[in-house]
Design a binder for this molecule. Structure first.
Ligand code: ADP
Length: 470
């Protein structure tokens, strides 16, 4: 079930990151769209202002100096041209000309404006239904204040504002082009204000379907993640159930096997004891082999039974008072001959008088015996095994140290896993099934103890067990 929780958290995080990433992409695309549209608008504006500048004859501007000059025919000519530019191009708000004031080059003045054939006409210039100062028209020589920073007389090529700006006329952008005399000196600047309100709408219109698509995508990702997680959870549950059924079956089979195997052992023992008549030498030897095999079979069956009990959470610990001196003696009877067979030096270091302990006899014996037989099994002929037992407070510590093949670092984490064998023994001739340590861990931990080890490949291994005495 921990797996399902983990899966839900992981998929939640995945959906959250997907939303974040798509939001980020949308923002980047929005900026990109705004940039592209701004560039297009600027290019269009530069085209308009460049053409308009060429239309203006600088000589007409030279005669327009003071307010009264609006009555001159040149004024009419210029204003008409400016008005033509305004009317010929979509969204153009204002077209006007300004220049440096003669003698005070730090000041600017208006020369002409597309709206002002008659500068005193009462026009509601800003369409606010009121005619006031904001609607004043221009005349020659009128001061032009606060020119935008991008523009100052003296620039050579047409330019525009960097950004769309907002004022009482709405969202706009302005383009400027120099008007030059015959010597290519800039004598005035023509400016064109273009409305950019549509531009914002255009940005939104371009982007909306995309943002909608992104949100659709998020919804699809969300639904897919949900479905995938759901399927995974169902599969995990199914596997868990199959696993449980398999353990149940293994438990049942090994339980059914235990009785006949014991019976075989018992009958063979009877035969060997001569209860059914004296055996000759050969018969006796053959029967001893059968007895050994039946013993191994019986051990394997009870080990498999233990594994399935642990898996199903049905391991039953039955604590009883154990004489630990007797306990170890019984184990050494089994281990020492095996060590001797391989000429392994088997050293025992334990207190002369061990206290009694409340432990499950079968499981504890199986654990300690397994550590010793493993040490002997994985140590080459002529090696050494040291068994140490000590009492500390309410605990008994057992360590089994060998000079064997060791456990590779990459396998160490899994070594207590069910049916796990380290890579250095997996394909060797050393027999094993990987049940022993799994059951040992279950047996020790369910008695309130701990089991751990230290190992260096090729040098040896030490297994430690700590168990409470009471
Ligand atoms: P097995 O039947 O394979 O011995 P165990 O569960 O007892 O199963 O041990 C699991 C694995 O741990 C072994 O296959 C072996 O790789 C490793 N192992 C256990 N004890 C030792 C040891 N004393 N020295 C080296 N490897 C060991």
């Amino acid at each position: 079930m921990r797996e399902t929780k983990k899966l839900t958290v992981v998929s939640g995080l995945a959906v959250f990151s997907a939303v974040l990433v798509t939001a980020l992409i949308s923002w980047v695309l929005y900026q990109h769209t705004v940039n592209i549209l701004t560039i297009n608008l600027k290019e269009r504006l530069l085209g308009i202002v460049r053409t308009a500048a060429v239309e203006i004859d600088y000589r007409d501007l030279e005669v327009l100096k003071v307010e009264e000059d609006w009555k001159r025919p040149e004024w009419n000519k210029i204003v008409t041209k400016l008005r033509n530019v305004r009317e010929a191009n979509e969204n153009v708000l204002f077209v006007y000309i300004f220049r440096k004031v003669k003698g005070s080059p730090e000041k600017l003045e208006f020369v002409s404006d597309s709206h002002s054939i008659n500068p005193y006409a009462q026009i509601d210039l800003n369409h606010d239904q009121v005619i006031d100062d904001a609607d004043l028209l221009q005349w020659p020589g009128q001061p032009y204040e606060d020119p935008p920073e991008e523009v100052w007389l003296g620039f050579e090529k047409p330019v525009t504002n960097n950004e769309v700006y907002h004022d009482q006329w709405g969202s706009e952008i302005t383009g400027y082009a120099p008007i030059k005399d015959d010597n290519q000196n800039t004598v005035a600047v023509i400016a064109v204000d273009i409305k950019a309100d549509d531009f914002s709408t255009l940005t939104r219109q371009t982007l909306y379907p995309f943002v909608l698509f992104i949100f659709g995508l998020i919804a699809i990702i969300f639904m897919l993640s949900f479905v995938i997680v759901h399927i995974y959870i169902m599969q995990i549950k199914l596997f868990a159930e199959l696993d449980r059924q398999k353990d149940e079956l293994i438990g049942l089979v090994s339980h059914q096997l235990a009785a006949p195997v014991s019976a075989v052992k018992w009958y063979v023992e009877m035969l060997l004891d001569g209860d059914l008549g004296k055996l000759n030498k050969e018969q006796s030897e053959q029967l001893q082999t059968v007895q050994k095999t039946a013993g191994s079979l019986s051990d394997l069956v009870s080990m498999i039974l233990d594994v399935s009990r642990i898996q199903l959470g049905r391991m039953k610990i039955e604590k009883q008072e154990l004489d630990m001196n007797e306990f170890f003696k019984e184990i050494f009877v089994v281990a020492e001959p095996r060590a001797a067979e391989k000429k392994i030096q088997f050293n025992k270091n334990l207190p002369s008088n061990l206290p009694k302990a409340m432990l499950d006899k079968r499981y504890t014996r199986m654990t300690v015996e397994n550590l010793m037989t493993n040490a002997i099994k994985y140590t080459p002929d002529g090696g050494k095994v040291d068994v140490n037992v000590r009492i500390e407070g309410n605990f008994i510590f057992v360590s089994v140290k060998d000079t064997g093949c060791g456990i590779p670092v990459k396998d160490q984490k899994q070594i207590f896993g069910k049916m796990y064998r380290a890579s250095n023994v997996r394909n060797s001739t050393i027999d094993g099934n990987g049940f022993g340590l799994y059951v040992a861990k279950g047996a020790v931990e369910s008695q309130g103890g701990q089991i751990w080890f230290e190992s260096a490949e090729g040098k040896g291994t030490t297994f430690y067990v700590k168990l409470p005495l009471k």
